[in-house]
Ligand binder design. Structure first.
Ligand code: FES
Length: 159
C-alpha cells in the first residue's frame, strides 16, 4: 500500500517540471492526486524541484489551496489521565499504535489518522475514554478501539 503511494508520486513527478519555478504546479498536481500534500512526500518533491523542504512548507502554508492533511482526516485522542490510566487507557493507546503503525503524537503516512493522548477530559466516571473526531467513546476496550478503527477505515474505502 505504502509502496503504491510512493510509486504514484514518482510517476507524477516524472511527468512534471523539475525546476524551482515548477513548485506551485507540482504541488497542485500532488494535491489533486492525493487530496492533500502528504508530509512524507515533501523530501521527494523537494529533491525533484531542487528546493528545500522549508521552502515547500512556506508555499504550503501561504496558499490556502494546499493542505498537509486530507479533508476527511480523523483525530483520535486517548485519555491517559489518572482515572483512565488505571482503567486501561495505556492498553487502548498501545492497541491503536499497533493498529495504525504510529506512535502517539504522530499521523499516519497517508495523513488519514492522527493519534494523540490527553490528560483528563473531565468525564473520568466513564473511563477509559477516547475521543474520535470530537465524539467521546466511553468505557472503551482495546477490542472496541480496534473495531472502531476498522469501521472508520471501511467507511473511507466506500467513499
Ligand atoms: S482521567 Fe480520563 S477523563 Fe478524567
Amino acid at each position: 500500500m505504502e509502496q503504491d503511494w510512493k510509486d504514484e508520486l514518482d510517476d507524477l513527478l516524472k511527468e512534471s517540471g523539475s525546476r524551482s519555478r515548477d513548485t506551485i504546479p507540482v504541488l497542485h498536481k500532488v494535491q489533486e492526486r492525493f487530496g492533500h500534500v502528504p508530509p512524507e512526500a515533501l523530501p521527494t518533491i523537494a529533491r525533484r524541484l531542487h528546493v528545500s523542504e522549508s521552502e515547500l512548507y512556506g508555499v504550503l502554508s501561504f496558499y490556502k489551496a494546499f493542505s498537509l492533511r486530507p479533508k476527511d482526516a480523523h483525530t483520535i485522542s486517548v485519555c491517559l489521565g489518572t482515572a483512565c490510566h488505571v482503567r486501561g487507557g495505556e492498553q487502548i493507546i498501545q492497541e491503536l499504535e499497533n493498529a495504525l503503525g504510529i506512535s502517539a503524537g504522530k499521523s499516519t503516512a497517508d495523513g488519514l489518522f492522527t493519534l494523540e493522548t490527553v490528560n483528563c477530559l473531565g468525564c473520568c466516571a466513564i473511563g477509559p475514554v477516547m475521543v474520535v473526531d470530537g465524539v467521546t467513546q466511553a468505557r472503551i476496550t482495546p477490542q472496541a478501539a480496534r473495531e472502531l478503527l476498522a469501521r472508520i477505515r471501511a467507511g473511507e474505502k466506500k467513499s
